[in-house]
Design a protein around this ligand. Structure first.
Ligand SMILES: Cc1ncc(COP(=O)(O)O)c(C=O)c1O
Length: 386
């Protein structure tokens, strides 16, 4: 049954069924005024001290974030890409190694693998969950395999039990790309605490987003934490004494202040996202649109709310015409990107599930301040457009 009674719209063919427009935000980057005031006050004090990079504010955030992720350590770095890169570099992954990951991810999972000198080995995703397929991972293992990067796509954890078993049996390092999964849980365990190390992104639109770029590596391995400490800061043991071949990849103090304050609200915001996802499931249940399957093991944080729709491309403009912004995460699977066309790891590769889904995925608005009537409006438009 189509819920066309819900609210009016412009149809795909362009003729007007009803006139209705609701300006909806895809995500919401603004802070509640009281929190914003705290951030400005703390920032003013920080500026007066001229303490702009790393320092007390970053230390404070690292402690709070490690505690939140249930790991011993977290290290603030410049971006989520860097967090994964330094974790791999700190673990000695590099030239001659193969690192398995999934084809339907953001390029930010794969570029760090390439930057270490290792070769990415892509595998397909599961058609129901859109998560990395553990059987495909098993089949991709060779004597050169050093690591698996599990991607917690859209805010739901990858099948970590299966991946952990594969990693243990084959002597591989299991890493987590947790860029979209701040606070998500798998069988009660927090994203970022299950693998050897994890990379988080604090890109502004993430569930925990900064006021610019930022990232963190989490781990409970003291040696790795100490290595990343140095790598991110020019490889120095103390100022101008360089013992490692490092880089400049540090978290700014202002980002740490923003993140420390936002972290206090993260669980509340994630809970709101779960309520909103339930509204979506409810309104979409009678409409011919597939939502991904939630595994019982997962407590997701719905970084994105993704559905699959056959006539996706035709719908985007029609939705935009009635005020509904949407996204595609992601329109091109990794092996199809032009930048990798000369790389042997993509040559002749075919991942049917990832390729099919790339034509059908549609990310609907999702952020903690979305209202029930906005979700109802979105779903009513989808119903008519199908
Ligand atoms: C799955 C995934 N991996 C890695 C990254 C890279 O994070 P950043 O943009 O902070 O480098 C992102 C960020 O968008 C992401 O979504």
């Amino acid at each position: 049954m189509k819920k066309s009674h819900l609210l009016p719209i412009v149809t795909l063919n362009g003729y007007l069924l009803h006139h209705n427009f609701m300006k909806i935000n895809f995500c919401n980057l603004s802070l509640p005024p009281d929190i914003e005031k705290i951030v400005w006050d703390k920032s003013k004090r920080m500026v007066k001290k001229n303490s702009f990079i790393l320092g007390k504010e970053v230390n404070e955030f690292e402690l709070a974030f490690a505690n939140y992720c249930e790991t011993k350590f977290s290290r603030g770095v410049a971006t989520g890409c860097d967090a994964l890169l330094w974790a791999m570099e700190g673990l000695g992954i590099g030239k001659g190694d193969e690192v398995i990951t999934v084809a339907n991810t953001f390029i930010g999972t794969v570029l760090p693998i390439i930057r270490t000198g290792a070769t990415p080995v892509l595998v397909d995703c599961d058609k129901n969950t859109q998560q990395i397929d553990p059987e495909a991972v098993l089949a991709a293992i060779t004597p050169k395999t050093a690591a698996i990067v599990a991607v917690h796509l859209y805010g739901r954890l990858a099948p970590m039990d299966e991946l952990q078993e594969i990693a243990e049996k084959n002597g591989l390092v299991l890493l987590e790309d947790a860029a979209q999964a701040h606070g998500a849980k798998y069988k009660g365990r927090k994203a970022g605490s299950i693998g050897k190390a994890a990379g988080f992104s604090f890109y502004p639109a993430k569930n925990l987003g900064a006021w610019g770029d930022g990232g963190a590596m989490t781990t409970s391995d003291s040696e790795l934490a100490a290595k990343v400490d140095k790598i991110r800061n020019y490889g120095q043991v103390k100022k101008y004494y360089h013992s490692e071949f490092g880089w400049n990849s540090r978290l700014d103090s202002i980002q740490a202040i923003v993140l420390t304050e936002k972290l206090k609200l993260l669980d509340e915001w994630n809970q709101k996202r779960r309520i909103i996802a339930d509204w979506y499931y409810d309104f979409l249940k009678d409409i011919d649109i597939s939502t991904y399957h939630e595994s019982q093991n997962n407590e997701p944080v719905h970084h994105l709310f993704v559905v699959t729709i056959k006539n996706r491309d035709q719908m985007i403009d029609a939705l935009s015409n009635v005020g509904i912004p949407v996204g595609i995460h992601y329109p091109i699977p990794i092996h199809k990107h032009v930048c990798f066309s000369e790389h042997s790891f993509t040559r002749g590769k075919c991942f049917p599930v990832a390729e099919k889904q790339a034509h059908e995925l549609l990310s609907l608005p999702m952020h903690p301040s979305l209202t029930r009537s906005e979700v109802e409006f979105i779903c009513s438009k989808l119903a008519i457009l199908l």
